[in-house]
Design a protein around this ligand. Sequence first.
Ligand SMILES: Cc1cc2nc3c(=O)[nH]c(=O)nc-3n(C[C@H](O)[C@H](O)[C@H](O)COP(=O)(O)OP(=O)(O)OC[C@H]3O[C@@H](n4cnc5c(N)ncnc54)[C@H](O)[C@@H]3O)c2cc1C
Length: 410
Amino acid sequence: MNTKRRKAVIIGGGVAGPVAAMALQRAGIEATIYEAYSQRTTDVGSYLTVATNGLDALCALDAHRPVQAAGFPTSHIVLLSGSGKRLGKVSTGGGLPDGSTTITIKRSHLHRALHEQALNRGIRFEFGKRLIAAETTTKVGVIARFEDGSQASGDLLIGCDGVHSVTRRLIDPTAPAGRYVGLANFGGYTRDFTLPVEPGVWQMIFGKRAFFGYVGDLNSGVVWFANVPRGEISKAERQSTTDQQWQKQLIELFAEDRGPAADLIAAGELELAAGNTYDLPSVPKWHNGSLVIIGDAAHAPSPTSGQGASLAMEDAVILAQCLRDFPDHAQAFGAYERLRRQRVERIVAEAARQSNNKIPGFLRDLMMPLIFKFFVTEKALSWVHDHHIDWNARLVPAGSAVNSRRLAAA
Ligand SMILES: Cc1cc2nc3c(=O)[nH]c(=O)nc-3n(C[C@H](O)[C@H](O)[C@H](O)COP(=O)(O)OP(=O)(O)OC[C@H]3O[C@@H](n4cnc5c(N)ncnc54)[C@H](O)[C@@H]3O)c2cc1C
């Protein structure tokens, strides 16, 4: 094991960045986070789920409680057709040993909960630092260069810079870009709305023209989102369309469906308007020299999976374990990739299939009840939600050669 105190430059302070910094600290590696945005957190943005496997990764760092406290439990999803027919009910995970289940949380609250914990543990953030280049030198390791002309150095650089990652291109200039999955994303919140369904259970409707999800929170409000099948939205269209105009379009799209979609949109506020949805199925190179990517930068699943943030958390903890247990970066990055690639790419592929199911069609409506009866069950999804990280388990027993069988089985 490497006993020299190493320094990591982390690019991106979204989800993967702060979790990686906290995990590296546990592994004895000092990390500073460089974030492109100029301010810590704002209240903008809609909601996302952190699944039990993501909470499990945070548990390994004793970082799960503030995140859970900032969200609310959402243990199940009920799936419905546009005509109101119930297609199935699926669990969002079996739960952690203490009984915690998947939560739904506002993105800005997740960021705040992670940032505050990292700051309390003495981790440094620098805002307004947009990475534009990096170079490896034998003397200092790696130098990161930022748009404002400043630079930072460390022994390694971890790209946590999301689906449009610059680090990914620095590792491999031919790396693929994010792929548009054919859905525009809208998110909103409606206050003081009485629902005829239990809070904490997501209701998701395969509508005739678009897909809609909603869940009651603990404050008599309703969190909702809409996925609209259409071409990519241009900057010009987004700039020239007001929230009221988007809401009007959405109300028309859901007018023929049963359920409260149109009423929720009419009475609510848009928190995310017309986001293009991208995924990233397979990135050939995850690391090169002292540079490595994790989270969406390496493998973004479509949001349909509800897994992107959780996988980013898993990556962060496992990469830190590898850096703790392997003698050099090359071996640690290789081990991290062997432990992660198969799982994350399988989830990205499943999410792409699920995204396609959101696009209306006669065959889809015919097949849906069968799919939910036989394939989308708690048992079938347990490999996603029940993933567990044992922080204390050594990936390489002291004094032994690299144990590749153990790595393959982990
Ligand atoms: C509409 C929507 C809904 C979603 N719903 C869910 C859900 O329910 N559950 C779920 O698990 N996932 C969901 N996701 C996916 C989830 O948000 C991502 O998978 C997760 O945020 C990935 O974390 P990350 O840290 O890798 O990237 P990000 O969270 O994207 O963070 C990247 C950070 O890097 C910064 N950055 C970018 N470029 C640079 C640069 N050059 N220099 C410095 N900093 C930079 C960015 O500003 C950002 O702060 C959703 C995504 C979308 C778009």
